[in-house]
Write a protein that binds this ligand. Structure first.
Ligand code: AOF
Ligand code: ZN
Length: 354
């Protein structure tokens, strides 16, 4: 791909991700309009679900300068009247001469914009850009599978431990890493944990000290419904769902502000697929974070449901074989490193599961 194209597409991608947490279940989309002197005349991105698409914001920014310009857009312009649109027609009406598309739209209701533009005299180039597909991955995955994008997140010591000896500092990752997790929590639709984690840590599973673009649902996977009644997740502060197995007695929970979902079993553990489908159908979920513990990660691994691993590794070592360690399970996952960066004293790695 010529550098000039990749540079403008890179810019469009950077704009697109600004919508993360605001646009879902819609895709993140960015658009850059460039004139025949290779000068940017307008930019825009999809800022909020239900509001203007990226192309419309870019066209509005460019005004009359859009005439004859080339549009670099991360996703094929839509060809439908949904909550807004259609963008393909708006690009034609504004006199855009060429559209460079990072990724085709698999949403059958909205797709066809590329063909429509071409039949109306606009030059259309698909570049099938891997990085565009990466930022669109949760949207593409949900359309293809009916499941949300599942991010498994954990903090481990340098030697792979996710728990610390009794009496020692229980925090593994640094404050900066915890801040990153809260920021991400504020962009996803659900935070899922296993009952063991709730019993051991009594977490709040809320967004704190970070901007909440949306309020994630708390989900507890509790096969036998052994959730302690004094758990913080029962405080009613945010919507909470308990996914349980067959034949549990829920009467003791009648007065608590929580919902329940019964899951069938598969190979001796709860089948998590109906939970994921439920999160899409009832809560319109696109991204969910699983925050442990090890048993839940094992079930997710066995059922092949993880899309991304997000691992915070501290410099501390523990070397106590009685404690939970993720090294073996991590090594079994077939994944590729997408991103690696330091955060305070921690190393933060994101992997895409193949
Ligand atoms: C575009 N540009 O910026 C986005 C597109 O209900 P609506 O009208 O918001 O349409 C949502 C669908 O439009 C979404 O599922 C996807 O197929 C496409 N999103 N298309 O031309 C954009 N966000
Ligand atoms: Zn559109």
């Amino acid at each position: 791909m010529p550098k000039i194209i990749s540079d403008f597409m890179l810019h469009a991608r950077e704009l697109a991700v600004r919508g993360h947490g605001f646009v879902e279940p819609n895709p993140m989309v960015g658009c850059v309009l460039v004139n025949d002197q290779n000068k940017i005349v307008g930019t825009g991105y999809h800022e909020k679900c239900g509001e203007a698409h990226a192309e419309i914001n870019a066209l509005n920014a460019a005004g009359p300068l859009a005439k004859g310009a080339t549009a670099y857009v991360t996703l094929e312009p839509c060809n439908h009247q949904g909550k807004t649109g259609p963008c393909a027609q708006a690009l034609i009406d504004a006199g855009i001469s060429k559209v460079v598309i990072g990724c085709a739209d698999p949403n059958l209701e909205a797709s066809g914009g590329g063909t429509y533009l071409a039949t109306n005299g606009v030059e259309v180039v698909y570049i099938d850009d891997e990085l565009c597909k990466t930022i669109l991955a949760p949207f593409l995955h949900r359309i293809r599978t009916g499941f949300p994008w599942v991010i498994c997140k954990w903090a481990q010591t340098a030697d792979g431990y996710i728990e610390t000896p009794e009496g020692e500092d229980p925090w593994i990752s640094c404050e900066g890493s915890q801040q990153l997790v809260h920021e991400e929590r504020g962009r996803v639709d659900a935070i899922i944990v296993g009952i063991g984690t709730v019993v051991a840590d009594n977490p709040s599973l809320t967004v704190r000290n970070a901007e909440a673009h949306r309020t994630p649902l708390r989900v507890i996977v509790d096969p036998t419904l052994r959730l302690p009644h004094n758990s913080t997740v029962l405080d009613g502060e945010v919507p909470t769902l308990i996914a349980h197995g067959k034949n549990v007695d829920k009467t003791a929970f009648t007065n608590y502000p929580v919902s329940f979902l019964e899951l069938p079993e598969v190979d001796g553990s709860l089948d998590l697929r109906p939970l994921l489908t439920h999160l899409v159908n009832k809560y319109d979920a696109t991204n969910v974070i699983v925050e442990g513990g090890k048993t839940l990660f094992e079930h997710i691994f066995n059922q092949q449901l993880a899309n991304e691993l997000w691992i915070f590794t501290s410099q501390r070592t523990i070397g106590n074989e009685n404690l939970k360690n993720m090294t073996q399970l991590f090594n079994a996952w077939d994944c590729i490193l997408e991103n690696k960066q330091p955060c305070g004293n921690d190393l933060v790695c994101r992997y895409h599961v193949k």
